[in-house]
Write a protein that binds this ligand. Sequence first.
Ligand SMILES: [Zn+2]
Length: 637
Amino acid sequence: MLSCQDAVAGLHGKCSAESQPGRKPARQRVHSEGAGPRTHARSHPAPPPRATRRPSTRRLPVALATVAQRLPEGAPVSRRIPSPAPHCPAIFAWAQRRNDNKKWRSGARRRLRQVCGGGRSGGSAEEARRCPGPQGTGDLGLALLLKRHPLSLRGSDMGNDDAIGGNVSKYVVLPTGYCGQPKKGHLIFDACFESGNLGRVDQVSEFEYDLFIRPDTCNPRFRVWFNFTVENVKESQRVIFNIVNFSKTKSLYRDGMAPMVKSTSRPKWQRLPPKNVYYYRCPDHRKNYVMSFAFCFDREEDIYQFAYCYPYTYTRFQHYLDSLQKRNMDYFFREQLGQSVQQRQLDLLTITSPDNLREGAEQKVVFITGRVHPGETPSSFVCQGIIDFLISQHPIARVLREHLVFKIAPMLNPDGVYLGNYRCSLMGFDLNRHWLDPSPWAHPTLHGVKQLIIQMYNDPKTSLEFYIDIHAHSTMMNGFMYGNIFEDEERFQRQAVFPKLLCQNAEDFSYSSTSFNRDAVKAGTGRRFLGGLLDHTSYCYTLEVSFYSYIIGGTTAAVPYTEEAYMKLGRNVARTFLDYYRLNPMVEKVAIPMPRLRKGKPPSYKHSLLRGPASNHPNGKGDKKSSVNHKDPPNSF
Ligand SMILES: [Zn+2]
């Protein structure tokens, strides 16, 4: 067994035979022996000076690469998308023209805004609006299209001199001088599938590969999400993958986060052991922060998949909603609120008792949105947790449906999700900065949601009480919230009530990390915009949840989030409305009658209602917490 120190030596012991046939030679590496140790993930010793590197005696991190052996049994790794075909030619012609223009490239963001404002380039806007787009899912092939039409992804923005036009597609890495058919062990990289992202692969040595994230479409600034497969592996083949072009410097990789992995025969996502993962500033890559991880392939027939966090695709989301619709619940409604630029669905769910939808009925509305930032996949798990709880036969869910109307738009940026972007839409917009003036053609999903919210706001029968937008955070632990600052001190205090109650109900939610601000940079966010629009009885929050882990009170140990833990946070968000509206006494009443399903057998009640300490609701004394049974088994609703 090798030590951590050995592993680091392995990670940095790059072979000097670097050029590959048919490929650009690896970059000239500048050595600076006196530069001292690099910034490393804390708890790991600094690497030895580079002078110790000798390819012939290089030791790989043998002991670090056993994660594959611990993965469980199961089914296929990822559903491939059949025969991708080019779509939206107008959009790409439009983007391409601008890409060919040097001036445009130098100020792409600014220009895009001008175009979007309908000013000088109105014709392009019209082109985009007419864009035909695909029907259904699984046939977009944008990745391939981008390969043919590289967008403005060049130059210093990328941290290297080469364009990354699109995702790699079954890219075979052959050894230097080798011209024959690929043999076992000649790795094949692929990211041409839904939510896939890998832009380029450089082989550094027989064992080591530099991997480049494909930047967000039409916006080279964002490079965080990766999701790719590796196949044609040899048993016991050991590799080091370096992700070399992150656009962020701060990262939870410094705190023990590790990439996710699964394989064909073991389809459950697992985190790599943190000890296999290093995050450091690398002189080989213009002092970019690089995340390196060691891995040992163990099954030759398996396809392995690696990702930044648990993927949650548009197609998965559609299947989930389809399955809910088939249950014919009379308190669950799904409608299409609009379409994205590539004509994917913007779904709107309404969950409430049918009585609340009678004409003339007064409605208290809780509005929830998610996935405006497509790479923030935990947002979808939290959102699914909320939905699953609200449609369940849990007594609390039934009381909530009786008293409130939940409007949920779980995926505000379906194109970005499909494309494997981190932060932007197809056209490179961070939609969560465009609430002030969304354009119906450039930001159609945002425009649709905003129209609906304003319509509800103007309806005297509707009281929009909460707006919660769900995100994931790449540098913070726990769940927490951002809220607004108000001049009215009482309103400010009232705004703090919901996060305080949520903190009591969810062990992973931190009130101390919750903050209230009015930063200028966040002026275009949903939380800020709606906070300014809605009246004093409404509260608008951004709910953030860590990409990595939470720390349970009284300890310092980070507990990595699982898909189930994200969903549990969602369930706890939902049940916190019971405390907020002081509906606890109603729970006993509804627990007696039978559930109101149209069809199907009623699920059993497994939850006992635990009584907690009095809530800190400002208007009530002695209110009890809803349920803080955090040890609920999964899927117990
Ligand atoms: Zn976000």
